[in-house]
Design a protein around this ligand. Structure first.
Ligand SMILES: *[C@@H]1O[C@H](CO)[C@@H](O)[C@H](O)[C@H]1NC(C)=O
Length: 475
């Protein structure tokens, strides 16, 4: 029986902590939950896309790399990647911002941008970046775990991983997977509680995951070592929310990500989350995370179930991002965008990992979605904003044109989101004409490409811009 793994008092303590009363009946080991408020799934029931080509998430993504001697565009692109790697730190602006130049360059390259355009992207996006600073101490094989989570060590970690790669005859893949999956179980810990860097990829609103996705897709060793360094200095405690393979099971479990979001939407414990924390503070959410909701999200550890959960998370992240603004005032939130681009990175990474790791990463993406859903004040998702969106004759060529020519052509997040949506369509198809979800990724892409007018979500002022429910009546 699964619940035997964790002592019942722990189940009780966790549930009580969240304002729920739990009675755990020792004879049958099933906790009975009496939620304080009524749980109503009022944001639209979850749905599945039409039969799809989704099995392909377990096959490697299309290769992007070509022979540089034959493709001057590719040569220019990789030249700029190297330049950035050499000249600019991964974290800048008091170690708060991530260097997004590789994502902007890669997106522009994959959309077919010319050599001159790639040059302009480099010039524009590198303006605000900073040079590397020395780290307080070197990283070596004996102390490499000592400074995990400390961004001041970004340079030292990168040098360390590059040395390790050199010692492996420049085999970047061997180096990458060695350090991503190297296990450490603390003394007295449970063997599932192992600290592999892979399990920290969704830290920092998913940036290490996104970086790794680009490294694998572009087969670029510089990006791969940057991804390792970024994962190392971002490593924190997200994995603790996912590690336990046999969590205490709340009475209500689900394999529907939309129900997870619905539960958070209705959870009165989070009614004052934004009056307390303000908006745009995702790290604060993890100080007191919704354990019960996380435990209640149950995905079987086998491929079909993982694929289905992944597809639903993709769909939910797209709907969350594109439809949670107010009617008649389209707005696009920076943090919610990262659930979309992180989902696309997962698509690139999943073919390289085993079932246990897939399970972990899919759940970690669920945690990321829940985290930013709360930090952005639980906006209301309204699928019909996309379902009913009229795209006229616009197609992916139109999207490509927007990505390369619109006023946001140097905005790495704008490019990344458009690319992600196109990749999702390649993966899951368009569905059949007449179906409610027909063409959803293209509709979402056109809606976003045409309506975008700058990112919101960083500060309290953005609270008025998303469709956030008024919780005053609960005080
Ligand atoms: C945002 O709101 C929170 C909570 O009300 C407050 O503590 C914080 O100071 C506000 N931030 C700004 C920049 O106004």
């Amino acid at each position: 029986m699964r619940l035997r793994i964790l002592p019942n008092f722990l189940v009780q303590a966790i549930l009580l902590h969240h304002g729920l009363s739990a009675v755990v009946d020792n004879s049958n080991q099933i906790p009975k939950l009496h939620p304080r408020g009524q749980i109503v799934f009022n944001m639209g029931s979850s749905w599945s896309s039409p039969a799809s080509k989704g099995q392909e998430i377990f096959k490697p993504a299309d290769a992007v790399a070509t022979d540089p001697s034959e493709d001057p565009r590719y040569r220019r692109f990789t030249h700029f990647l190297k330049l950035n790697h050499h000249d600019h730190a991964i974290f800048y602006h008091n170690l708060q911002y991530h260097n997004h130049l590789p994502y902007a360059l890669a997106s522009a390259y994959i959309f077919g941008g010319s050599r001159d355009h790639l040059h302009d992207v480099y010039e524009e996006c590198s303006k605000e970046l900073e040079q590397w600073q020395d780290s307080p101490e070197e990283i070596d094989p004996d102390n490499w775990r000592a400074h995990l989570g400390d961004k001041r060590y970004q340079r030292a970690y990168l040098s360390f991983f590059e040395d390790e790669m050199e010692q492996r005859g420049h085999d970047w893949k061997a180096t990458l997977w060695h350090f991503l999956t190297d296990k450490q179980v603390d003394e007295g810990g449970n063997d599932w509680d192992n600290h592999q860097l892979l399990y920290g990829l969704t830290e920092g609103i998913g940036h290490p995951l996104i970086h790794l996705g680009y490294a694998l897709e572009l087969e670029d060793k510089g990006l791969a070592m940057e991804a390792l360094a970024m994962a190392a200095v971002s490593y924190n405690k997200v994995h603790e929310l996912v590690d336990n393979p046999y969590p205490p099971l709340p009475f209500i479990t689900t394999s529907e990500i939309r129900e997870v979001l619905d539960k958070l939407f209705d959870d009165p414990n989070y009614d004052d989350i934004c009056s307390k924390n303000g908006m745009g503070q995702p790290s604060k959410i993890l100080d007191d995370p919704p354990y019960v909701t996380f435990y209640g999200y149950v995905i079987q550890k086998e491929r079909a179930a993982l694929l289905e959960a992944y597809q639903k998370q993709v769909e939910a992240s797209v709907m969350l991002f594109t439809t949670s603004h107010k009617a008649g005032n389209p707005q696009y939130d920076f943090f919610l965008a990262h659930t979309v681009t992180a989902a696309q990175a997962l698509r690139v990474i999943l073919p390289h990992v085993d079932t246990q790791q897939t399970w972990h990463l899919v759940r970690a993406h669920m945690v990321l979605m829940a985290q930013v859903y709360l930090s952005q004040c639980r906006p209301t998702i309204k699928d019909w904003f996309v379902d009913d969106y009229d795209i006229g004759n616009k197609d992916w060529d139109y999207i490509k044109k927007k990505a390369l020519e619109s006023e946001y052509k140097y905005d790495s997040h704008y490019l990344k989101v458009l690319r992600s949506l196109q990749e999702f369509e390649k993966l899951f198809g368009t569905g059949e004409p007449g179906e409610k979800k027909y063409n959803m990724y293209l509709k979402a892409a056109v809606k976003f490409a045409d309506e975008f007018s700058g990112w919101i979500g960083f500060s309290n002022a953005s609270m008025k811009k998303l469709d956030i429910k008024d919780t005053n009546n609960t005080q």
